[in-house]
Design a binder for this molecule. Structure first.
Ligand code: CMP
Length: 140
């Protein structure tokens, strides 16, 4: 099915000037960029986005990191976008990520792993609505 997923190019990648290379991989892999914006997350925004991870040992560090520099959030559209995007980015831990994946090539650690992707169609709907209103998402 034609799906949308929510992508975040994270602070470690923005700081290392990797935005263009990462967006190019999205497009080269067949994703259409349907919406995009750069923003510097506030602490409440980062905490709300990652609410499901509240209480985990890495939560405070994750929020600190995600608010440390700007991010680039985008809505990507494609057949089977949610699963295919997760294949493109690779495992959360770059040490476990497959060859040729974005995290294998760019991520620094389990925390500083360069990109985020929605883990299900239901998460994608919630995460897209967290950052975009319908009129900001371009269809065709
Ligand atoms: P993401 O796909 O955005 O979802 C949750 C984030 O928490 C994850 O990418 C990492 O940035 C971070 N994370 C997940 N597991 C760990 C961990 N074990 N240690 C540190 N950070 C983690």
């Amino acid at each position: 099915a034609l799906e949308r997923t929510l992508s975040i190019i994270k602070p470690d990648a923005v700081e290392r000037h990797l935005i263009g290379q990462i967006l190019a991989r999205f497009e080269q892999s067949g994703f259409r960029i349907a919406a995009i914006k750069m923003l510097h997350l506030t602490k409440p925004q980062a905490e709300g986005f990652y609410a499901e991870h509240q209480g985990k040992p890495f939560f405070d560090g994750l929020v600190e990191y995600m608010t440390s520099a700007p991010v680039v959030v985008s809505v990507l559209a494609k057949e089977n976008a949610v699963k295919d995007y997760r294949t493109l980015i690779g495992a959360t831990d770059p040490a476990q990520a497959a060859e040729g994946t974005i995290r294998k090539d760019f991520a620094e650690s389990r925390q500083r792993n360069s990109v985020h992707g929605s883990d299900s169609v239901e998460s994608a709907v919630r995460e897209i609505a967290y950052f975009f209103v319908d009129t900001e998402i371009c269809g065709r």
